[in-house]
Design a protein around this ligand. Sequence first.
Ligand code: NAP
Length: 237
Amino acid sequence: MSETRVALVTGANKGIGYEIARQLGAVGDIAVLVGARDVEKGRAAAARLGAVPVQLDVTDEASVAAAKWIEQEYGRLDILVNNAGILAERGEPPSATALEVVRRTYETNVFGVVAVTNAMLPLLRRAPAARIVNVSSGLGSLTLRTTPGHPYHGRAMLAYTSSKSALNAVTVAYAAELRDTRIKVNAADPGYCATDLNGHSGPRTPAQGATAAVRLATLDQSGPTGGFFDEDGVVPW
Ligand code: NAP
């Protein structure tokens, strides 16, 4: 086993995931695997980062193949950042949101995280102190969405917001299962960042959005597990 930690970031060919990969690479002792569903986009991003591309569509069986490949190449995985996510709706109210949109959103934002986590868990268990970070959203916070006056209060986006609330619940569930191990599982809120996901409408940069996930991915053993954090601290569930 080498001393270098091995990190996989899903959806790392652009946006916040690319920045998470870049910032993890800058730590110095982390070999970064750039997960991308499109082989060419993954290769191009990895080449720019000096990282290694891994073909991985979180909605198909690719995660199993990717885990086998990581096992052969590295024997373990120290950091998994479940970043890949989609926003498939516009401003329509819940009652006008097509069920297909809700299903498609959950396939990536929730079921994809479960599939990748389960595929990678045997490798994460082999690392001395693995970290799992689920890239959630403040829009998944039921507290913020029901706090009058908060910018997220009453926002539409049924599929996206509920998928991130579900992802928060998934985070808590894995943290509970792994509580007696050295593996820590947390959810990160990047804040509202300018990326393709939202037509570059956010005021923050992807680099700013990446910092919370990077911090959680590199927590020391005294750090928390089963929590939800942005760069300033705890985000309410
Ligand atoms: P983005 O620029 O659209 O990037 C999304 C990434 O996910 C892309 O690499 C995309 O790949 C990938 N992806 C989508 N579906 C995938 C699949 N089935 N398998 C593998 N990869 C897939 O969006 P972003 O803003 O950086 O979003 C990254 C994460 O941050 C998401 O989970 C999002 O919900 C979360 N987030 C974003 C904001 C924000 O303001 N931007 C705020 C809170 C949370 P392709 O290039 O192939 O499409």
